[in-house]
Design a protein around this ligand. Structure first.
Ligand code: SF4
Length: 453
C-alpha cells in the first residue's frame, strides 16, 4: 500500500476502555497507520467492546453491520472485555476478521500486516488465570481532562461480576511510570487527571515477575501530589474497604487532590452485601462517610448502588433506601441488576421481576436528584475554583468545581479551557449551578480551599 493505511476506533464501556483505545491508537500511529473518524471510510475498524451490558452481543453485531454498509471490504477487529469473554461467539459474526483478547489487544499492529478480509475469523484470546502484564494508558480525546489507567484486573470475586474473567488478576503500574505519564499529560495542556482502574484502591499488586517493592495506593497518592505538574487529580472510584483513613486524611490537606470520592456501596442491606460477596458491611460504609465529612464537610461523595439483585426483597430494598436517605452523600449511580453468564448470582432462583427492578431504579434516581440538589444548595455562596471545559454547547460553557459541582456560564472565550475563581449562586432549572466570576486567572491549585460568605 502506497499511502498509510487508515484505521478508525470505536469504544464502548468504561473510562478504562477509553484510555486503552487512546493508547492503542497512539501505538498504531507510531506503526504508520493514520487515524480517521469512525464514520469515514477506513481500511481497518477496531471496536473496543465492553461486557457490562448484556447487550454487548447485539451492540457489536449492529456496529459491524453499519461498518460493512459504509465500507464493504474493510478489515474488522474486535477487542476488549467482550472479545476476551466470548471470542467464539464474536467469531461467528459475519464480517469480523480478527478477535483479540486481554493480552493481545496491545499488540494489534502485529496482526494488521495483511488487511485482506479473512474467510475465517482469526481469534487470539488468552488464559485469563495467567498473570498478565500491566499496560499503561491514558485518554487523549479531551483537552481538559484525561483518564490515566493505573491499575487493571481484580482479585475480588463479587458474585455478580464478570470483570475478573474479562480482565484477569489485579496488576498495577509502577509509581515511577505513573509520575512520568502525569508529566506527559500535563505537558499536553490537560488540567485534570482522573486516576482510573478496575479496583484502584488495590493499586500496588505489582507484576509478579518484577522484583519491585509492593507499593500502596496511599503511596501513589503522595507521589502524585508531590509532582509539580500543573494539574488537579480526581480519584475515579474506590472500594470502601480500601479507602483507608490515611488516604482520606491526605486528600483533606492536599492542594491537588480534589474533595470528591466515588465509593461503590451496591446495597444498604448486610444480607444482600454478603450475597454479593462484597468485602464490607454497611457500618464500614457509614464510618467512611463520617470520616470524610468530618475532615472535608464540603466533599462530594458519589455512590454506586445495584437494585434487583437476586433475593432483594421489598424489605431489603427499603433498608437500602432508608440507609441512603440518611447518609450524607451527594449523588447515586443506580444500576439495575442484570444476569451475567458464568456468575454465581446468575444461578440464583430468587429472581426479582424486571418491573420491580425498574421501579426500584426509578425510586433511587429520584432520591439521587434530591441528594444532588441538597448538596448544591449546601455549596451555594461558597467561593471555588471551576475548571471550564474546552468546548462550548448552545452558547454556554460548563465546568466542574473540585467538589464536582457542575457550573454553567454564558460562553466567553477567555473562560474556555481555563480555571476561574467563582462564587456559586443559584441552581438553574437544568440542574446546573450559576456562578459569579471573581477572577479568571491561570489555573491554580486551591481546590480544597473554600471561602464561605
Ligand atoms: S470489586 Fe467486585 S464488582 Fe468491582 S471489579 Fe472486582 S469483582 Fe467486579
Amino acid at each position: 500500500m502506497d499511502k498509510a493505511p487508515t484505521f478508525a476506533i470505536h469504544t464502548l464501556g468504561c473510562k478504562l476502555n477509553y484510555s486503552e483505545s487512546s493508547t492503542i491508537a497512539k501505538k498504531l500511529a507510531e506503526e504508520g497507520f493514520e487515524k480517521i473518524a469512525f464514520k469515514e471510510k477506513a481500511d481497518v475498524y477496531i471496536i473496543n467492546t465492553c461486557s457490562v451490558t448484556n447487550e454487548a452481543d447485539k451492540e457489536c453485531r449492529f456496529i459491524v453491520r453499519s461498518v460493512l454498509n459504509n465500507a464493504p471490504g474493510a478489515f474488522i477487529a474486535i477487542i476488549g472485555c467482550y472479545a476476551q469473554l466470548k471470542p467464539e461467539e464474536i467469531s461467528k459474526i459475519e464480517g469480523v476478521d480478527l478477535v483479540l483478547g486481554a493480552s493481545e489487544k496491545f499488540n494489534i499492529a502485529t496482526y494488521l500486516k495483511d488487511l485482506d478480509k479473512k474467510a475465517q475469523t482469526e481469534v487470539h484470546s488468552c488464559e485469563i488465570e495467567q498473570p498478565l502484564t500491566f499496560h499503561s494508558a491514558f485518554s487523549s480525546g479531551d483537552r481538559t481532562r484525561s483518564f490515566l489507567k493505573l491499575q487493571d484486573g481484580c482479585d475480588y470475586n463479587c458474585s455478580y461480576c464478570t470483570i475478573p474473567l474479562a480482565r484477569g488478576k489485579s496488576r498495577s503500574d509502577t509509581i515511577e511510570n505513573a509520575v512520568k505519564n502525569v508529566y506527559e499529560i500535563a505537558n499536553r495542556g490537560v488540567k485534570e487527571i482522573v486516576l482510573t482502574g478496575v479496583n484502584l484502591g488495590d493499586f500496588g499488586i505489582s507484576d509478579p515477575n518484577s522484583s519491585e517493592h509492593i507499593k500502596s495506593f496511599y503511596e501513589l497518592v503522595k507521589a502524585l501530589d508531590n509532582t509539580d505538574a500543573d494539574v488537579r487529580f480526581r480519584i475515579s472510584s474506590i472500594e470502601p474497604n480500601l479507602l483507608k483513613n490515611e488516604i482520606i486524611e491526605y486528600v483533606a490537606q492536599s492542594k491537588k487532590f480534589v474533595p470528591h470520592f466515588h465509593i461503590p456501596l451496591q446495597s444498604g442491606s448486610d444480607e444482600i452485601l454478603k450475597k454479593m460477596r462484597r468485602r464490607y458491611l454497611r457500618d464500614l460504609y457509614v464510618d467512611r462517610v463520617a470520616q470524610i465529612k468530618s475532615l472535608m464537610p464540603h466533599c462530594c461523595i458519589g455512590v454506586d448502588v445495584i437494585v434487583g439483585f437476586p433475593g432483594e426483597t421489598d424489605e431489603h430494598f427499603n433498608e437500602t433506601y432508608k440507609f441512603l436517605s440518611e447518609l450524607d452523600i451527594s449523588y447515586l449511580h443506580v444500576f439495575t441488576y442484570s444476569e451475567r453468564n458464568n456468575t454465581l448470582a446468575a444461578e440464583s432462583k430468587d429472581v426479582v421481576p424486571m418491573d420491580v427492578r425498574r421501579k426500584r431504579n426509578r425510586m433511587l434516581h429520584i432520591l439521587s436528584e434530591k441528594k444532588l440538589r441538597h448538596f448544591y444548595q449546601q455549596n451555594s455562596g461558597t467561593e471555588q475554583t471551576v475548571l471550564f471545559e474546552a468546548v462550548s454547547k448552545d452558547g454556554f460553557l460548563y465546568g466542574y468545581t473540585g467538589n464536582y459541582v457542575k457550573v454553567k456560564q454564558a460562553f466567553s472565550p477567555e473562560l474556555m479551557h481555563s480555571s476561574a475563581r467563582v462564587r456559586l449562586t443559584t441552581i438553574n432549572d437544568d440542574g446546573t449551578v450559576a456562578a459569579e466570576i471573581i477572577s479568571s486567572e491561570q489555573f491554580h491549585l486551591q481546590e480544597n480551599l473554600l471561602a464561605t460568605t
